[in-house]
Design a protein around this ligand. Structure first.
Ligand SMILES: Cc1ncc(COP(=O)(O)O)c(C=O)c1O
Length: 403
């Protein structure tokens, strides 16, 4: 049995919020796969959210030299000015947005920590937070941990996994404080047009809402470059940008990212960071500065994007070749996931993933882990070798055909 949806029983002398948070399906799946592998089973792991590419050795070299040079003590708690300047340069180069390194940027422990600090800086207990469904489970979980009240906004497959605009209007309450966006999306890869973002920003302005935009997959796109939520006219004053080096530079284990936001938000986030992590390790900040600015490393990022693009094409080619009505495949616009539509099987996505794992040895993540509107879907990661992606997809189709 995969341990996925257990809700913990509230215990009176503990923080009650945690009773509302579900076990991470992705982590649960990884644990199950590790156990199966330990039993000697051959598993095709397509459940991962971690690039299969290594961090470029030149980045590691910079970190190593920085350690040898003595950057092994505390550093500036908001990030070195050098790193904040590199982040500002990256935001201007890639997203066309201008941020002041002195007051509008904070170095963080990856995107997840940037998201945590962002929400902590703006939320008061009981504030409503609008979050599309499906979306990465942490978006809702973190808001709950911080005593926000999460309102899910349906983002159905039938609308390209974007909420219909009416759904935003319907979800709005007098207590709504913020909208959380994540484009390109985990798990769907979808991202909206500039016109859609403009409309959403107008809506946020009219209703005095913050927009918290998680753009960690921003450099992984297969169509026109996605527009950053901060790049819309007049948006900067109400937008909090979350980003990291994890996915774009294959640096998940380095735990380095950033928050870019209005100065008053950064002032709060800085205090929250100081009082929780002190600072990002200085030798990692040095390596991050190099990764963000070195021209050759930007080429490496483009090559990784091309690699994912090749696997995306591979899955599309296989899906045309195998012609399986039970597995509907829509090419993702960005990120490194396919959100396969198996609703025709009328089986829960947890059951499907359990069966595919047990019978075919393929690790996947159930769509329901991302919300109600993910039910009937399974997430397949293409952050794996071409061979594994091909073998895994063929096995999923073969399994579906037998149902
Ligand atoms: C949508 C999304 N945001 C943020 C993160 C966190 O990334 P990191 O903290 O490694 O930057 C992830 C990781 O999978 C993710 O999928």
């Amino acid at each position: 049995m995969i341990y996925l949806f257990d809700t913990l029983t509230p215990v009176m002398n503990l923080n009650q919020q945690f009773a509302l948070i579900r076990q991470s399906a992705t982590v649960a799946m990884s644990d199950r796969i590790i156990a199966l592998k330990a039993d000697g089973k051959n598993i095709v792991g397509l459940q991962v959210g971690d690039p299969d590419f290594g961090t470029h050795p030149a980045i590691a070299e910079v970190a190593f030299k920085a350690m040898q040079a003595g950057l092994t003590h505390y550093g500036p708690s908001n990030g070195t000015l050098e790193l904040r300047k590199a982040i500002a340069a990256k935001l201007l180069r890639d997203e066309g947005v201008t941020y002041d390194p002195a007051s509008e940027i904070l170095a963080t422990h990856g995107g997840i920590h940037a998201y945590y600090l962002a929400l902590q800086s703006i939320l008061n207990p009981g504030d409503d937070v609008l979050i599309p469904d499906p979306s990465w489970a942490t978006h809702a979980n973190m808001a709950i941990m911080l005593r926000g009240n999460v309102i899910r906004v349906p983002a159905p497959a039938e609308n390209g996994f974007l909420p219909f605009f009416d759904s935003w209007l319907k979800a709005l309450t007098p207590q709504t404080k913020a909208i959380v966006l994540n484009y390109p999306s985990n798990p769907t890869g979808a991202y909206p047009s500039k016109a859609y973002l403009q409309k959403l920003q107008d809506f946020a302005k009219q209703n005095n809402l913050w927009i918290v935009s998680d753009e960690v997959y921003g450099s992984l796109f297969y169509e026109d470059r996605p527009t950053s939520a901060g790049a819309i006219d007049g948006a900067k004053e109400r937008t909090l940008l979350i980003n990291s080096l994890s996915k774009s530079y294959a640096m998940t284990g380095w735990r380095v990212g950033f928050l870019a936001a209005p100065a008053e938000v950064i002032a709060n986030a800085w205090k929250a960071g100081q009082n929780s992590i002190t600072c990002v390790a200085p030798f990692i900040q040095k390596a991050a500065t190099f990764a963000l600015t070195d021209p050759a490393i930007q080429v490496v990022t483009s090559k990784m994007r091309a690699g994912y693009g090749r696997r995306r094409d591979l899955v599309m080619r296989l899906s045309h070749e195998l012609e399986c009505d039970k597995v509907k495949v829509v090419p993702p616009q960005g990120a490194f996931y396919f959100f396969l539509d198996l609703r025709a099987l009328k089986m829960s996505s947890v059951e499907m993933c359990e069966k595919i794992l047990e019978e075919e040895g393929v690790g996947l993540v159930p769509g329901s882990a991302f919300g109600e509107y993910g039910e009937g879907f399974i997430r397949l990661s293409i952050a794996a070798s071409d061979e594994d992606v091909e073998a895994g997809f063929r096995k999923i189709v073969a399994w579906a055909e037998r149902q």
